[in-house]
Write a protein that binds this ligand. Sequence first.
Ligand SMILES: Nc1ncnc2c1ncn2[C@@H]1O[C@H](COP(=O)(O)OP(=O)(O)OP(=O)(O)O)[C@@H](O)[C@H]1O
Length: 754
Amino acid sequence: MRVCLRRPLHSTLLFSSSSSSTTRTGTTSPSRRLGRVWSQRSLSHVSASASAGPTTLRPFKLPTPPGHTKSQSWMMGSKNMFKTNSFAIPFANSSHRHFFNTHTPLFSAYSSKPISKIHSLPLQTNGFSSISHANDPRPDILESPAEYRLETTKLKILKRKLEELGMDTEICVPGQYNHLLCPMCKGGDSEEKSLSLFVTEDGGAALWMCFRGKCGWRGSTRALADSRSLSGSWNPITKVKIKREITVENLQLEPLCDQIVGYFAERLISRETLQRNSVMQKSCAGDQLVIAFTYWKDGKLVSCKYRDSYKKFWQEANTEKIFYGLDDIKDKSDIIIVEGEMDKLAMEEAGFRNCVSVPDGAPAVVSTKDLPPEEKDIKYQYLWNCKEYLQKASRIVLATDGDTAGQALAEELARRLGRERCWRVKWPKKNEVDNCKDANEVLMFLGADVLKEVIDNAELFPIRGLFNFKNYFDEIDAYYNRTYGYEFGLPTGWRALNEFYNVVPGELTIVTGVPNSGKSEWIDALLCNLNETAGWKFALCSMENRVREHARKLLEKHIKKPFFDARYGGSAERMTVEELQQGKKWLSDTFHLIRCEDDSLPSIKWVLDLAKAAVLRHGVRGLVIDPYNELDHQRPVSQTETEYVSQMLTKVKRFAQHHSCHVWFVAHPRQLHHWVGGPPNMYDISGSAHFINKCDNGIVIHRNRDPAAGPVDQVQVCVRKVRNKVAGTIGDAFLLYNRVTGEFMDIDEPSGKR
Ligand SMILES: Nc1ncnc2c1ncn2[C@@H]1O[C@H](COP(=O)(O)OP(=O)(O)OP(=O)(O)O)[C@@H](O)[C@H]1O
């Protein structure tokens, strides 16, 4: 017999007598080298890092469970304590061979805790409950160890059928949920054993389901046509559970040996904490020792969870599912919930006894379904079983793991406990790159004081839709420092307007004016200016314009020459072919057209979806919808136009805000019966007062058509509403319109530039 004393990674010691594995495989596998096994036998050969003596196991004082006195009868002697006649070969049989294929350190104080995504179904077995693996080492006293049964003819037939489907049934045990590689998805990139296969105890039938969301393969089969109905076996909810009476004695639990205490010491869990929490050990599978986390309720042992040196967990079957450490939160108003027993113990080292651990780890993802009724909420039965312990809690800190599964668990707990009384923690960095993932890591890497700080600084669990300004501090700082850009809005390019209207990304400007007032012209001129000063690009949904005419108007403004030698151009020189070529390139680079090619009216959703594509694909900063009445306005008969306009504008505003895209929306005024030539009011917009109510900016474009009343080329830009005072204020600006080029200019612009 050779005793390996090589020091593996993470400074853990290898306690295994390696002869069994080296004999079987010829060489010691990597994971085997990294692992260590707690065994009675091996202890006589090692010098442990803990305080254990070199050759013997020293029993320590028996723990007193919470709520018990030391004299109570559950205290027992350590009858196996000095047994040395058997040899620790914990996973030597073929059913455990795949453990040797894993490349994770099998026994490290730093290894990650399993999540329950591979234990997704509640198990109804005689021997083990849901966190048990078919290939876990088994305590020798559990009821009906189905794995030891002889395979029946039925089972052989069944296995053959399953193998034909691609399942590896070699290690599959009847009466249990077995976790296999799914033949359909092969467990995805991580090759996880995502297929849960249940074989009835008589070996007559099987059903399975792959728990990978992307796969979800499920099915069932029977060995023989007359095999028992599957439904009887696959109904964890309706099956009546008989809770076993368990005691420390009948589970044959023992006080922890120094070697295991030493293991805990590596994780900075003290002997005192272990004793107070009645952490014990148990001999099973030869003389292998496993940790026994005892679960107490009102001072009575109700369940026990085991953990072996390979970090495999299993739990006494047919026992009540409760929180670990439950009695510690009795009548407490302030409690902490963690994701594992080690974290519960770590919390105690930081001074928090008011802490419990969930018994089954975390779900892979948050369920998208509604909360099931209490009796059907199988995965969270422990929570309902302990509800009277939670009722008084007004502050529940959910200190689950920082990974996705841990956060999913926090979410699921908060859903059930009520978010309003839940807090959550931020795990600190353990090095430059990584965050600590749980309480025990914080304790190990940063110490008890930091762990205490983490809990003291827990923040309110977010409630969808309920925020605090501090959630936005980064954004507020960026706004203050003007790092977003355009905080004051982008100037329009006309000095006369600077004071009143500037273009802020994400806002909605409604533009109105009587027909022919120049609304479209002014918006086009504005876009040209914004492109010239800031390089902005735009999506145009201008339904009244033919493309070529719209191109002409834009090119005239850009090149500042008429498109044609026509009447309106007067003596001005027409733009050259070269200028046209350059202008066409500018058009293509600057504008993206949203048009219904089949002459049907576009819906607002259609327009916004295309505008979104233009934002994402071309980086447009502005969208023009001109005009409102050219959109498809099919509204339900039950909806008024006012309601319809309100909803439509909400969609437009959401688009604008979400994509930081300014939207100009042109809407006509209703028919003005007694119009005397003045600018219309924003409330005159046909359809709804919501146009003025919901927009960020409201602008009326007006022009004088009476030579007697003033110059007819003068345009009045009436800024009637500005929600954001940083960007402007109400007031009128006057510009001059150049009929030849379509440009708008400040009135005091040097005449040469006009
Ligand atoms: N200040 C102005 N002086 C003279 N003509 C103008 C002036 N402003 C615009 N126009 C002319 O009026 C016509 C209509 O302009 P535009 O299409 O911009 O008006 P609109 O308000 O958008 O019209 P509608 O409401 O019919 O869509 C164009 O031929 C344009 O050249």
